[in-house]
Design a protein around this ligand. Structure first.
Ligand code: ATP
Length: 269
Protein backbone atom coordinates (compact mmCIF):
# COMPACT_ATOMS: atom_id res chain seq x y z
CA UNK A 1 0.00 0.00 0.00
CA UNK A 2 1.01 3.63 -0.46
CA UNK A 3 3.06 5.03 2.39
CA UNK A 4 1.23 7.79 4.21
CA UNK A 5 2.73 11.23 3.69
CA UNK A 6 4.78 10.06 0.78
CA UNK A 7 4.41 12.14 -2.37
CA UNK A 8 5.75 11.14 -5.78
CA UNK A 9 6.08 12.54 -9.28
CA UNK A 10 3.17 11.25 -11.40
CA UNK A 11 3.76 9.24 -14.60
CA UNK A 12 1.16 11.05 -16.67
CA UNK A 13 2.74 13.13 -19.43
CA UNK A 14 1.38 15.59 -21.98
CA UNK A 15 1.44 12.71 -24.46
CA UNK A 16 -1.30 11.00 -22.50
CA UNK A 17 -3.59 13.94 -23.16
CA UNK A 18 -5.41 14.53 -26.43
CA UNK A 19 -6.40 18.02 -27.59
CA UNK A 20 -6.71 20.78 -24.93
CA UNK A 21 -3.82 22.66 -26.55
CA UNK A 22 -4.84 26.08 -25.27
CA UNK A 23 -5.09 24.97 -21.62
CA UNK A 24 -1.77 23.15 -21.86
CA UNK A 25 -0.06 26.28 -23.07
CA UNK A 26 -1.53 28.31 -20.25
CA UNK A 27 -0.61 25.75 -17.59
CA UNK A 28 2.94 25.61 -18.87
CA UNK A 29 3.19 29.37 -18.63
CA UNK A 30 1.45 29.61 -15.27
CA UNK A 31 3.08 26.74 -13.39
CA UNK A 32 5.71 24.75 -15.24
CA UNK A 33 7.69 27.88 -16.13
CA UNK A 34 7.81 29.28 -12.60
CA UNK A 35 8.64 25.88 -11.05
CA UNK A 36 11.48 25.32 -13.46
CA UNK A 37 12.84 28.87 -13.46
CA UNK A 38 11.86 30.67 -10.26
CA UNK A 39 14.91 32.95 -10.64
CA UNK A 40 13.48 34.47 -13.83
CA UNK A 41 10.52 35.74 -11.90
CA UNK A 42 12.69 36.92 -9.07
CA UNK A 43 14.88 38.91 -11.46
CA UNK A 44 11.80 40.51 -12.96
CA UNK A 45 10.57 41.41 -9.52
CA UNK A 46 7.22 39.76 -10.15
CA UNK A 47 5.52 36.89 -8.43
CA UNK A 48 3.98 34.04 -10.34
CA UNK A 49 0.47 32.98 -9.41
CA UNK A 50 0.60 30.00 -7.05
CA UNK A 51 -2.92 28.78 -7.66
CA UNK A 52 -5.07 27.93 -10.67
CA UNK A 53 -8.61 26.68 -10.97
CA UNK A 54 -9.51 24.23 -13.71
CA UNK A 55 -13.22 24.17 -14.32
CA UNK A 56 -15.56 22.43 -16.69
CA UNK A 57 -17.68 19.32 -17.17
CA UNK A 58 -16.56 15.98 -15.66
CA UNK A 59 -14.27 13.59 -17.51
CA UNK A 60 -12.58 16.16 -19.74
CA UNK A 61 -9.01 15.89 -18.49
CA UNK A 62 -8.63 18.15 -15.46
CA UNK A 63 -6.89 15.45 -13.42
CA UNK A 64 -4.71 14.44 -16.35
CA UNK A 65 -3.63 18.05 -16.87
CA UNK A 66 -2.71 18.55 -13.22
CA UNK A 67 -0.62 15.37 -13.27
CA UNK A 68 1.13 16.29 -16.51
CA UNK A 69 2.02 19.69 -15.04
CA UNK A 70 3.66 17.98 -12.07
CA UNK A 71 5.37 15.45 -14.31
CA UNK A 72 6.92 18.05 -16.58
CA UNK A 73 7.92 20.17 -13.59
CA UNK A 74 9.42 17.13 -11.85
CA UNK A 75 7.25 18.11 -8.92
CA UNK A 76 5.66 15.81 -6.38
CA UNK A 77 1.92 15.43 -6.62
CA UNK A 78 -0.54 15.33 -3.77
CA UNK A 79 -4.16 14.76 -4.71
CA UNK A 80 -6.98 15.48 -2.32
CA UNK A 81 -10.71 15.60 -2.90
CA UNK A 82 -12.62 18.38 -1.17
CA UNK A 83 -14.89 16.03 0.80
CA UNK A 84 -11.82 14.31 2.32
CA UNK A 85 -11.03 17.55 4.12
CA UNK A 86 -14.45 17.82 5.68
CA UNK A 87 -14.91 16.55 9.18
CA UNK A 88 -17.74 17.51 11.43
CA UNK A 89 -15.54 17.42 14.53
CA UNK A 90 -14.42 20.83 15.58
CA UNK A 91 -10.86 21.56 14.53
CA UNK A 92 -10.39 18.38 12.49
CA UNK A 93 -11.05 20.00 9.11
CA UNK A 94 -8.58 22.81 9.77
CA UNK A 95 -6.07 20.26 10.93
CA UNK A 96 -6.54 18.28 7.71
CA UNK A 97 -5.85 21.37 5.59
CA UNK A 98 -2.78 22.35 7.60
CA UNK A 99 -1.46 18.79 7.43
CA UNK A 100 -1.91 18.84 3.68
CA UNK A 101 0.29 21.92 3.34
CA UNK A 102 2.82 20.62 5.86
CA UNK A 103 3.09 17.48 3.80
CA UNK A 104 3.52 19.57 0.66
CA UNK A 105 6.24 21.67 2.30
CA UNK A 106 8.19 18.51 3.05
CA UNK A 107 7.99 17.44 -0.61
CA UNK A 108 8.79 20.59 -2.57
CA UNK A 109 8.53 21.27 -5.40
CA UNK A 110 5.01 20.05 -5.03
CA UNK A 111 1.69 20.36 -6.85
CA UNK A 112 -1.36 20.02 -4.65
CA UNK A 113 -4.36 18.90 -6.67
CA UNK A 114 -7.57 19.91 -4.91
CA UNK A 115 -10.34 18.11 -6.74
CA UNK A 116 -14.06 18.78 -6.20
CA UNK A 117 -13.25 22.04 -4.51
CA UNK A 118 -16.89 23.12 -4.81
CA UNK A 119 -17.71 20.59 -2.09
CA UNK A 120 -16.12 22.88 0.46
CA UNK A 121 -18.20 25.83 -0.51
CA UNK A 122 -19.52 27.62 2.56
CA UNK A 123 -22.80 27.92 0.70
CA UNK A 124 -23.63 24.31 1.29
CA UNK A 125 -26.67 23.91 3.47
CA UNK A 126 -26.14 20.53 5.18
CA UNK A 127 -24.57 19.59 8.50
CA UNK A 128 -21.09 20.11 7.08
CA UNK A 129 -21.76 23.77 6.46
CA UNK A 130 -19.71 24.85 9.48
CA UNK A 131 -16.81 22.52 8.70
CA UNK A 132 -16.85 23.76 5.16
CA UNK A 133 -16.54 27.39 6.18
CA UNK A 134 -13.61 26.50 8.42
CA UNK A 135 -11.87 24.58 5.64
CA UNK A 136 -12.26 27.54 3.31
CA UNK A 137 -10.79 29.90 5.90
CA UNK A 138 -7.82 27.69 6.64
CA UNK A 139 -7.28 27.18 2.92
CA UNK A 140 -7.29 30.93 2.34
CA UNK A 141 -4.71 31.39 5.08
CA UNK A 142 -2.48 28.73 3.54
CA UNK A 143 -2.91 30.13 0.03
CA UNK A 144 -2.13 33.65 1.19
CA UNK A 145 1.05 32.39 2.80
CA UNK A 146 2.36 30.88 -0.42
CA UNK A 147 4.84 32.45 -2.76
CA UNK A 148 6.40 30.75 -5.75
CA UNK A 149 9.67 30.55 -3.90
CA UNK A 150 8.08 28.07 -1.51
CA UNK A 151 7.71 25.60 -4.37
CA UNK A 152 4.09 24.74 -3.63
CA UNK A 153 1.48 25.13 -6.36
CA UNK A 154 -2.20 24.54 -6.01
CA UNK A 155 -4.28 23.28 -8.89
CA UNK A 156 -7.93 23.14 -7.92
CA UNK A 157 -10.69 21.60 -10.02
CA UNK A 158 -14.44 21.85 -10.13
CA UNK A 159 -17.50 21.16 -12.24
CA UNK A 160 -19.35 23.94 -10.47
CA UNK A 161 -17.43 27.20 -10.36
CA UNK A 162 -20.67 29.02 -9.55
CA UNK A 163 -20.73 27.72 -5.96
CA UNK A 164 -17.11 28.49 -5.13
CA UNK A 165 -16.49 31.15 -2.52
CA UNK A 166 -15.41 34.21 -4.55
CA UNK A 167 -12.81 34.91 -1.85
CA UNK A 168 -10.92 31.84 -3.12
CA UNK A 169 -10.57 33.38 -6.55
CA UNK A 170 -8.96 36.66 -5.52
CA UNK A 171 -5.46 37.59 -6.63
CA UNK A 172 -2.79 35.55 -4.88
CA UNK A 173 -5.20 32.65 -4.42
CA UNK A 174 -6.77 30.61 -7.23
CA UNK A 175 -6.46 33.59 -9.49
CA UNK A 176 -5.97 31.86 -12.83
CA UNK A 177 -9.21 30.34 -14.12
CA UNK A 178 -8.83 27.85 -16.95
CA UNK A 179 -11.75 26.30 -18.75
CA UNK A 180 -11.46 22.61 -19.66
CA UNK A 181 -14.39 21.95 -21.95
CA UNK A 182 -15.95 19.12 -23.89
CA UNK A 183 -13.95 18.22 -26.99
CA UNK A 184 -15.11 19.31 -30.43
CA UNK A 185 -15.12 16.97 -33.49
CA UNK A 186 -11.41 17.19 -34.34
CA UNK A 187 -10.48 17.09 -30.68
CA UNK A 188 -12.42 13.85 -30.25
CA UNK A 189 -10.33 12.32 -33.02
CA UNK A 190 -7.18 13.55 -31.25
CA UNK A 191 -8.33 12.04 -27.95
CA UNK A 192 -9.14 8.70 -29.59
CA UNK A 193 -5.70 8.60 -31.14
CA UNK A 194 -4.17 9.36 -27.76
CA UNK A 195 -6.21 6.64 -26.07
CA UNK A 196 -5.19 4.16 -28.78
CA UNK A 197 -1.54 4.89 -28.06
CA UNK A 198 -0.53 5.69 -31.61
CA UNK A 199 -1.85 2.40 -32.93
CA UNK A 200 -3.05 2.90 -36.48
CA UNK A 201 -6.49 4.36 -36.25
CA UNK A 202 -9.10 2.95 -38.59
CA UNK A 203 -10.23 5.52 -41.14
CA UNK A 204 -13.85 4.87 -40.13
CA UNK A 205 -13.07 5.49 -36.48
CA UNK A 206 -12.24 9.10 -37.13
CA UNK A 207 -15.59 9.42 -38.89
CA UNK A 208 -17.46 8.08 -35.86
CA UNK A 209 -15.50 10.34 -33.53
CA UNK A 210 -16.75 13.30 -35.52
CA UNK A 211 -20.32 12.08 -34.92
CA UNK A 212 -19.90 11.67 -31.12
CA UNK A 213 -21.25 15.07 -30.24
CA UNK A 214 -21.32 15.66 -26.48
CA UNK A 215 -19.00 12.80 -25.51
CA UNK A 216 -16.28 13.67 -23.01
CA UNK A 217 -12.76 12.21 -22.98
CA UNK A 218 -13.87 9.78 -20.28
CA UNK A 219 -16.88 8.79 -22.42
CA UNK A 220 -14.59 8.21 -25.40
CA UNK A 221 -12.43 5.95 -23.26
CA UNK A 222 -15.50 3.99 -22.24
CA UNK A 223 -16.66 3.83 -25.88
CA UNK A 224 -13.29 2.51 -26.91
CA UNK A 225 -13.33 -0.17 -24.23
CA UNK A 226 -16.78 -1.30 -25.35
CA UNK A 227 -15.83 -1.19 -29.01
CA UNK A 228 -12.77 -3.31 -28.22
CA UNK A 229 -15.00 -5.87 -26.57
CA UNK A 230 -17.33 -5.89 -29.57
CA UNK A 231 -14.33 -6.30 -31.89
CA UNK A 232 -13.02 -9.26 -29.89
CA UNK A 233 -16.40 -10.98 -30.00
CA UNK A 234 -16.72 -10.31 -33.71
CA UNK A 235 -13.29 -11.67 -34.53
CA UNK A 236 -13.93 -14.75 -32.40
CA UNK A 237 -17.18 -15.41 -34.23
CA UNK A 238 -16.04 -14.86 -37.76
CA UNK A 239 -12.93 -16.35 -39.22
CA UNK A 240 -10.65 -13.85 -40.98
CA UNK A 241 -12.45 -11.01 -39.26
CA UNK A 242 -9.79 -8.42 -38.39
CA UNK A 243 -8.71 -8.24 -34.76
CA UNK A 244 -8.88 -4.49 -34.51
CA UNK A 245 -11.53 -1.96 -33.73
CA UNK A 246 -13.47 -1.03 -36.84
CA UNK A 247 -16.09 1.56 -37.54
CA UNK A 248 -18.92 -0.97 -37.09
CA UNK A 249 -17.65 -1.98 -33.64
CA UNK A 250 -17.58 1.62 -32.65
CA UNK A 251 -21.10 2.26 -33.92
CA UNK A 252 -22.23 -0.78 -31.89
CA UNK A 253 -20.56 0.66 -28.78
CA UNK A 254 -22.23 4.01 -29.36
CA UNK A 255 -25.56 2.34 -28.68
CA UNK A 256 -24.30 1.20 -25.26
CA UNK A 257 -22.45 4.29 -24.05
CA UNK A 258 -24.35 7.54 -23.81
CA UNK A 259 -22.67 10.90 -23.20
CA UNK A 260 -22.32 11.40 -19.45
CA UNK A 261 -22.58 15.16 -19.54
CA UNK A 262 -26.28 15.81 -19.98
CA UNK A 263 -26.39 19.43 -18.91
CA UNK A 264 -24.05 20.84 -21.52
CA UNK A 265 -25.71 24.23 -21.46
CA UNK A 266 -24.41 24.64 -17.90
CA UNK A 267 -20.89 24.68 -19.27
CA UNK A 268 -21.38 26.85 -22.29
CA UNK A 269 -19.11 29.86 -22.16
P1 ATP B 1 -13.74 14.79 -13.05
O1 ATP B 1 -14.32 16.18 -13.09
O2 ATP B 1 -14.81 13.72 -13.15
O3 ATP B 1 -12.74 14.56 -11.96
P2 ATP B 1 -11.63 15.20 -14.99
O4 ATP B 1 -11.93 16.38 -15.82
O5 ATP B 1 -10.64 15.33 -13.89
O6 ATP B 1 -12.98 14.59 -14.45
P3 ATP B 1 -9.95 13.11 -15.91
O7 ATP B 1 -9.97 12.32 -14.64
O8 ATP B 1 -8.73 13.86 -16.21
O9 ATP B 1 -11.20 14.06 -15.97
O10 ATP B 1 -10.29 12.14 -17.12
C1 ATP B 1 -10.92 10.91 -16.92
C2 ATP B 1 -10.43 9.90 -17.95
O11 ATP B 1 -10.95 10.27 -19.22
C3 ATP B 1 -8.92 9.92 -18.12
O12 ATP B 1 -8.31 9.01 -17.28
C4 ATP B 1 -8.75 9.58 -19.58
O13 ATP B 1 -8.80 8.19 -19.77
C5 ATP B 1 -9.98 10.15 -20.23
N1 ATP B 1 -9.74 11.51 -20.78
C6 ATP B 1 -10.43 12.62 -20.48
N2 ATP B 1 -10.00 13.66 -21.20
C7 ATP B 1 -8.99 13.20 -21.97
C8 ATP B 1 -8.13 13.80 -22.92
N3 ATP B 1 -8.22 15.09 -23.24
N4 ATP B 1 -7.20 13.02 -23.51
C9 ATP B 1 -7.11 11.71 -23.21
N5 ATP B 1 -7.89 11.10 -22.32
C10 ATP B 1 -8.83 11.82 -21.70
Amino acid sequence: SKREGFATIPNTTWEDIGALLEVRKKLKAAIVGPIKNPEKYERMGITAPTGVLLWGPPGCGKTLLAKAVANESKANFISVKGPELLNKYLGESERAVRQLFTRARSSVPCVIFLDEIDSISPRRTDSLHEASARVVNTLLTELDGLSERDGIWVVAATNRPDVIDPAMLRPGRLETLLYVGLPGPDERVEILKTLLRRKPIDEGLAKVAVDCHGYSGADLESLLRNAGQVALERSALFENSPERIQEGDFREALKMVRPSVTDIEKYEI
